[in-house]
Design a binder for this molecule. Sequence first.
Ligand code: CP
Length: 309
Amino acid sequence: MTKPLNHFLDIADHSAAHLRAIVDRARKIKAARAGRPRGWRDPGEPLKGRILAMVFERPSTRTRVSFEVAMKQLGGEAVIITANDTQIGRGETIADTARVLSRYVDAIMIRAAKHSNLMELAQHATVPVINGLTDRTHPCQVLADVLTLEEHKGPLAQQTVAWLGDGNNVAASWVHAVGRLGGRMQLGCPAELSPDPAVMDWARAEKAEVMLTTSPEAAVANASCVITDTWVSMHDTDGARRHNLLKPYQVNAALMNKAAPGAVFMHCLPAHRNEEVTDEVMDGPQSLIFDEAENRLHIQKSILLSCLE
Ligand code: CP
C-alpha cells in the first residue's frame, strides 16, 4: 500500500499531539539558533539535498522569505514560482502543475488564490503540499502565533484569545487551533463579516470554546491576547464597505485597556496602521508583532520537517 503523503493543509486535519509536537519542536529549533549568525545551518542539515517549490498566486513577504530561509538553514533549497511568470498564469491546470512539480521537487508550498486550488494541488501531487495561505485558512501563520503567545503567556489551553474585525482566513485557523490545542476564543466581528458558518459548525462539533459576538468590548473581556488583521484582504474587492463595517473594531489603547491586565497584542502583518490598529498599540509594550513575524521562520522549519522527514 502507498504511504499517505504528509501534507500540511489545515490545522483541523491534524491531531492535537501532532500540532503540539510541531510547536514544541519549533521552540527547540529557535533556542538552538539563539545568537548564531543568519547563515548558520541547523545541526545535521536535516533537509540537505531536498528542494521545496513555492508557488505564489498572491504576493507575500513573510511567508516567502521565512520558507526560503528555513530551507537554506536546514541545508535544502527553494525554488520560487510566481503564477504570472509561469504557465499557471496562462491557464495550465493546477492538476498538471502538481504532477510536473512532483517530478522536480520534494515538497510544494502554495499561496493559493482559492482554497480549491490548494486542494487540487494536494490531490494530484505525489509530494507533500503545504498551505501558505488561501482565502479560507492560514495554518502556518497561526501555529507561529501559538508559539509566540505561549512564549509570552504560557500554554494556549490557559489563554483567552480575542479576535477583532473580519472573521477571515486567519480567524478560521485560530478557531481550528483552539479546537485542537485548547484555550478560549472570543470573536468580535460585524454580523456581515462573521467567520464562515462551516468553521463555527466545526467548532461546535469539536466542542471548542469559541464565542462569537458583534460587540468589540465583549470580545476583549478577560482576554490575555488581542488579535486583529487587515480589513481588506488580498481577495476582497469591497474595500469601502469593509472600512465602514469594521471601524468600530479598531484595536486602540482604549480597547486594549478593556482586556485582561497584561494582555498582549498580535497581528500577522502586513498592517494598515491606524486603520485596524493604532500606531500606539502596534509599537507599544503589549505588541508581539515582530516576535510573531520571526516565529514564522522557526515554525516553517518544524512544519517542513514534519512533512519531509
Ligand atoms: N502574514 C503573512 O502571511 O505575511 P505575508 O503575506 O507577507 O506572507
